[in-house]
Design a binder for this molecule. Structure first.
Ligand SMILES: Nc1ncnc2c1ncn2[C@@H]1O[C@H](COP(=O)(O)OP(=O)(O)OP(=O)(O)O)[C@@H](O)[C@H]1O
Ligand SMILES: [Mg+2]
Length: 288
């Protein structure tokens, strides 16, 4: 009898804790205008590049932006933004985690800030991932934001699923490269978003074509045009192509976002994509 009562109390405590967390998430996300998820079917296609540069591009336009890295096994956002040596601090008055600030208006949260040695893996079990993502939202002082961008690991696993279940998303951006294997996987990503009932903002075809720096000839490294064809077939918008640009590799290795570099075809392409995303979500909001 006594044991049963203790268990009931434990159950009651647990329920209360979950309810408090749900309330905290609803409160935090209630003051964020547009919430976006960046996904792909396949790894290494440029999600983090897109998420980080989109966040910087929007912040540079004067928007208040949050970037949450839910790639718990391979958190690359801190490295790409040159903030990997930053440490999180706690606001003791409200017991909140203060995200890392990147001027002019970007707040970043990543498990990368919690790892002391960069080469050590963190072993995550499914439920722990959910818990971590929960805390990344409920306990982080995001404040009022115009955009909240979530960078996911590749595929359709726990991380995007958990995120989509925690709060309503305004849209998802699918990144792909143009070769068949990537396209096949990007279709899965589109269907995943459909199943979750998250609007699909569109597909980005990254690493699409390459201009030889010596002879100026266009070379189709991973073919070209597949992302656009795939978007058409799936009936979702095509957001644009970003060419392969070796300076982008350099930019992410050095932690200097490529959108802030000297003008290039890739930057122009990215600006066009940013504008399409902006129009999609801001248009959606007006309609709603
Ligand atoms: N258009 C591009 N031109 C040249 N290099 C690029 C381009 N887009 C991304 N890269 C480079 O490709 C690598 C992989 O990109 P990124 O980390 O953004 O992919 P990802 O999809 O996030 O990978 P993961 O699935 O591991 O999370 C990085 O070194 C990045 O700098
Ligand atoms: Mg990534």
């Amino acid at each position: 009898m006594k044991k049963q009562r203790t268990e009931d109390l434990k159950g009651e405590d647990f329920r209360k804790k979950i309810e408090a967390e749900e309330e905290a998430i609803a409160k935090r996300m209630g003051v964020v205008k547009h919430k976006l998820l960046v996904i792909s079917g396949k790894g290494g296609v440029g999600k983090t590049t897109v998420a980080a540069n989109l966040a910087i591009a929007l912040a540079n336009k004067g928007y208040k932006v949050g970037l949450m890295d839910v790639d718990l096994h391979g958190p690359n956002v801190p490295k790409m933004l040159g903030i990997e040596d930053e440490h999180l601090s706690i606001d003791p008055t409200a017991n909140e985690i203060i995200p890392i600030l990147v001027p002019p208006g970007l707040k970043v949260m990543s498990v990368g800030f919690l790892i002391s040695t960069k080469d050590s893996p963190i072993i995550w079990r499914g439920p722990l991932k959910m818990k971590a993502i929960n805390q990344f939202i409920s306990q982080v002082k995001w404040g009022n934001l115009d955009y909240f961008i979530v960078d996911c690991p590749p595929g359709t696993g726990d991380e995007p699923l958990s995120t989509a279940q925690l709060f309503p998303l305004d849209g998802t951006i699918v990144v792909t490269t143009p070769q068949e294997v990537a396209l096949l996987d990007s279709r899965k990503a589109v269907n995943f978003a459909r199943e979750l009932k998250v609007p699909i903002i569109g597909i980005i075809e990254n690493m699409s074509g390459f201009t030889c720096p010596y002879c100026g000839k266009e070379i189709d490294l991973f073919k070209v045009g597949g992302g656009e064809r795939s978007a058409k077939e799936m009936g979702v918008p095509f957001l644009g192509r970003i060419p392969f640009d070796p300076k982008m590799v350099d930019a992410s290795d050095k932690g200097t976002p490529f959108v802030l570099q000297k003008r290039s075809k890739a930057i122009e392409a990215f600006e066009g994509i940013t504008e399409k995303i902006r129009l999609f979500v801001e248009g959606e909001r007006r309609k709603g």
